[in-house]
Design a protein around this ligand. Sequence first.
Ligand code: THU
Length: 127
Amino acid sequence: MEYQELMKKAKKVSKNAYAKYSKFKVGACLLTEGGKVYEGCNFENSSYGLSICAERNAVGSAIADGEKKFVAIAIYSPKMYDCLPCGACRQVLHEFEIENGMDIITLGKEDIIVRKLDELLPQGFDL
Ligand code: THU
């Protein structure tokens, strides 16, 4: 799967985000080792701390389907160029990245930007 295509899916699913409080919609699309894709969007709650990020929502869908090795994730928000995952999501993604590391794909002003998760979360926690 092309990273451009992954970003297109993240963009599409961001429309379904439930961002009633922050008005900050986010969509994410995960790519597994076997080439499957799983989407997620953020959904908020009137008890603010219960809100779930798009990235972790996508991870949950993949895990529920038996997938645990991720190659890449595309993240999109209509409100921000280069929308990077929050610290909590970085650690959650680290848990399931492939041996070579996961690619984090965002959308800059011109084109997509590809980074390694390790750049965003050096020395992530492992047990
Ligand atoms: N959010 C995400 O879904 N992903 C991110 O990477 C950053 C933040 C959500 C959480 C909350 O619903 C809203 O964006 C504002 O923080």
